[in-house]
Design a protein around this ligand. Structure first.
Ligand SMILES: [Zn+2]
Length: 270
């Protein structure tokens, strides 16, 4: 069996070359706190996603994860990377909570978000081609930058403003008045070429056996709580008298092991 390196579902086109490779930084306390700082500084979810990916990626398509390059990733790529980041941070150990639609019981089920399926990019990605009336249109799949661009607009105008920003070449190719059916057709053409992540899973209720559709937030890594990191730094510094910098630079697994040893020495576990 070969282990394959994961690739972005879509990828970045730079200088005419499509690249789908990426690498995350090793997870240590420095990354956890940098992530928290990035989230604090963000003013919206798409901005928080960009900040989180900038703080946690070592490389994106072979180069540094500069803001404009992270923003240029299509939405599914950004969700894909956030899922992998959630798996790397692994605070929740892959357990998700749900409430049964039939018997209302709360239950937990195991899931590795990095293993959720996704629809790969279609032919022609990132460009969708369609004919609207007699006009031939080229639209590019929306990116993080597009999401950020329309955030300041009233919600009812966002779909159309988003579409207008996606027209490639002649911006006049899109009619001045867009009927809802035109918007629907444009969105359908985009969906055909855009990659897409599964955001729902089926989980069986352990109480009554009911099959439940459970939504999985693609941006779960944004819920990362820096206070847990600080508490761990505090306990290790208290016990071993190591400096904050030394503890933050420690690989996450080693930090967890030392915390277990402290607990064991106190008779709290084992
Ligand atoms: Zn149930």
């Amino acid at each position: 069996m070969t282990t394959s390196v994961p690739l972005l579902p879509g990828g970045l086109i730079e200088d005419g070359v499509l690249r789908r490779d990426f690498a995350f930084l090793p997870v240590d306390g420095r990354l956890e706190l940098a992530l928290a700082d990035a989230l604090d500084a963000a003013t919206s979810t798409p901005a928080a996603v960009t900040g989180a990916l900038q703080a946690s990626l070592a490389t994106l398509a072979g180069r540094a994860p500069e803001r404009h390059r992270v923003d240029a990733l299509c939405v599914a790529d950004r969700q894909f990377l956030m899922r992998r980041l959630a798996a790397l941070l692994g605070r929740h150990s892959g357990w998700y909570a749900a409430t049964c639609v039939a018997c209302k019981a709360r239950f937990d089920f195991p899931l590795d978000p990095a293993l959720l399926p996704f629809k790969p990019a279609g032919d022609g990605f990132p460009t969708a081609r369609l004919t609207l009336g007699r006009r031939r249109l080229q639209l590019r799949v929306p990116t993080g930058a597009d999401q950020i661009r329309v955030l300041g607009l009233p919600p009812e105008g966002r779909r159309e403003a988003l579409l207008r920003g996606l027209v490639e070449g002649d911006a006049g190719a899109l009619p001045a008045e867009l009927a809802p059916r035109h918007i629907d057709r444009c969105e359908a053409a985009l969906e055909a070429v855009a990659p897409e992540l599964a955001c729902e899973v089926v989980a069986d209720c352990p109480e009554c056996g009911q099959r439940n559709q459970v939504e999985i937030d693609p941006y779960g890594a944004l819920a990362h709580d820096p206070d847990l990191t600080l508490q761990e730094v505090h306990r290790l510094a208290w016990h071993y008298h190591w400096s904050e910098a030394e503890i933050l630079a420690m690989p996450r697994g080693r930090r967890a092991r030392y915390l277990e040893l402290i607990d064991a020495a106190r008779g709290m576990s084992q």
